[in-house]
Design a protein around this ligand. Structure first.
Ligand SMILES: [Zn+2]
Length: 259
C-alpha cells in the first residue's frame, strides 16, 4: 500500500529546512545521530522528520531530529516506533524554557535584593542623621559607603557604632559630622575586637597622647599579652599615665612580662 500520500491523495509539499533551523536541531542534539549515536564528523548528519512529511509532519523543531545518513535512509518513511525521542526533545525544550525562566527570576530577585540593601543603607543613614548629623544629611555617596560597610558589618553593629559616637558628638558640637560619619566603620571594627585588645588600644591611646614616640605594634602586642596573662588593667593604665618616654615604658613592660 502506498504510504507517501496524504488522505486526500495529494502529495505533500516538502519545505526545505533552512540552515539556521538545521543548526538549531544539531545543537540541541549535540551533533549526534539520535538513532545510533554516531557523531559529526564521523558521519554526515541530516535533519530528519520524526513524523514524516508524507504523514503530515512539518518543520517544527519538535518534529525534527538529527540523523546520520544510514539511519536516515533506513528509516525512510516509517514513524518512530515509540515516542521516547520526541518526549525527550519536548522535555529538553521545557527544561530549557524553565531554566530561562528561573534565570530571569534569579535576576529579578537580585534586583529586589539590591533594592532592599539600599533601603537598609538608607535606614542606617536616617539613624545617623537623627543621632549625629543634626542639620547634615547623608547624600548618595554616603549611602553608597554604608552599603559597602554593610558587606563587613551587621546593621546592628553600624547602629551601635552610631550610638557610641553620639555622646562624643554631643559633648563637642565643634566636631565635624562628616568626620563622625567616617568613624562609623572604625568604631564598628573596634567594637568587634576582644576585650583585651580594646583595653590595650585604650592604654596605647593614653601613651600616644603623652609621649612623642610609641612603637604601635610592639606596645599593643605587649599590652595584650600582659592583659591576657592576668596583669591588672589599672596597673597598665597607671604605667601609661606616668612613664616619661618609650624606653621607660619598654623597660617597665619587659619587667611585667618577664616577672
Ligand atoms: Zn545513525
Amino acid at each position: 500500500m502506498q504510504t507517501n500520500l496524504t488522505q486526500d491523495g495529494e502529495k505533500p509539499k516538502r519545505k526545505a529546512i533552512g540552515d539556521k533551523l538545521r543548526f538549531e536541531v544539531f545543537k540541541r542534539d549535540q551533533f549526534k545521530c539520535q538513532y545510533c549515536g554516531k557523531a559529526s564528523p564521523d558521519v554526515i548528519l541530516h535533519v530528519d522528520h520524526i513524523n514524516p512529511v508524507s504523514k503530515g509532519g512539518d518543520n517544527d523543531i519538535l518534529n525534527l531530529i538529527t540523523s546520520c545518513q544510514d539511519c536516515n535512509s533506513g528509516k525512510s518513511d516509517r514513524l518512530l516506533s515509540d515516542t521516547t525521542t520526541l518526549d525527550k526533545q519536548r522535555k529538553m525544550l521545557e527544561e530549557l524554557d524553565e531554566r530561562r525562566k528561573q534565570l530571569q527570576m534569579m535576576l529579578d530577585w537580585r534586583e529586589e535584593l539590591k533594592g532592599f540593601d539600599n533601603e537598609v543603607a538608607q535606614s542606617v543613614a536616617d539613624y545617623f542623621e537623627q543621632h549625629i548629623g543634626g542639620a547634615a544629611t547623608v547624600n548618595d555617596v554616603g549611602v553608597k559607603s554604608i552599603n559597602k560597610w554593610l558587606k563587613r558589618f551587621e546593621v546592628s553593629e553600624l547602629l551601635q557604632a552610631i550610638d557610641d559616637l553620639n555622646p562624643i558628638y554631643t559633648k563637642d558640637k565643634n566636631l565635624d559630622a562628616s568626620a563622625m560619619f567616617e568613624n562609623i566603620p572604625k568604631v564598628a571594627n573596634f567594637n568587634r575586637k576582644g576585650d583585651a585588645e580594646k583595653t590595650a588600644c585604650y592604654i596605647r591611646g593614653i601613651l600616644r597622647n603623652r609621649i612623642s614616640y610609641v612603637d604601635y605594634q610592639k606596645s599593643i602586642a605587649w599590652l595584650i599579652t600582659a592583659l591576657n596573662s592576668g596583669v591588672d588593667e589599672e596597673e597598665l593604665k597607671e604605667l601609661a599615665k606616668t612613664v616619661k618616654n618609650w624606653t621607660q615604658f619598654r623597660e617597665a613592660m619587659e619587667d611585667i612580662l618577664n616577672g
